[in-house]
Design a protein around this ligand. Sequence first.
Ligand code: NDP
Length: 245
Amino acid sequence: MQGKNAVVTGGARGIGEAIARVLARMGAAVIIWDVLDDQAGATARSIASDFGVKTAGMGVDVTNGESVEKATDRTVAEMGGIDILINNAGITRDGLLIRMKEDDWDKVLAINLKGVWQCTRAVGRVMLKARRGSIVNIASVVGVMGNAGQANYSASKAGVIGLTKTSAKEFASRGVRVNAVAPGYIRTAMTDKLTDEQRKRMQDLIPMGQLGTPGDVADSVAFLASDAARYITGQTINVCGGMVM
Ligand code: NDP
């Protein structure tokens, strides 16, 4: 990863921060794009001091095309290019389908799906011109298997898997690979919000019998982002303790 610049969206905390840390440990320079501007800067500084790599933190809203274009230009100007893009920013706004508010549907689709397209479009242009790059999108197993109470979220993540395949097909001939990682039940702030009953129901579905950690997801993302995965594109790896087979 030495000499490579990696952008991680939503990298200020949670799974995104874990991914940024693994990439930095492997020698990449890391640029964190997060809607939380201060937090992006703080996480970037902490990673620089822990791993001795170049880092930057930028306030970026992935739903806003102008914000993404500006961040892309700034990243290229300050770091010299972008080799790796991890589309990780994502949210949940759960509720049963028939009671779901339109705003909750729109917000989740805007961040989780349109945000991935927006960042892929802006950074993809840079990578296509350079004739190299690797993009990893963070989907979810519920995009494959569905989940009661997550109509908006599961639709957005199924969309991410489709978008991954299409961008992989469009970019392959120019040396840019696009893959996805679909995490199962991972312990983070997002899943800490679940009720005990929801948590027990999820845990019973995991053949390996335990929750995953952000590090479990990050290691698979780092593999797909690296040259070790040079002949892999358009694929989704389920990192879920066997929840989906
Ligand atoms: P977190 O909420 O901990 O982290 C998500 C980060 O993205 C936050 O820092 C968040 O900021 C940021 N973000 C939110 N909206 C935007 C935006 N518009 N532009 C830029 N950044 C934004 O979530 P997780 O670490 O748990 O999840 C990371 C990814 O993994 C998501 O895509 C999620 O769907 C996926 N995932 C998680 C699973 C889990 O079990 N945790 C399972 C399957 C998939 P803010 O705090 O302001 O919202």
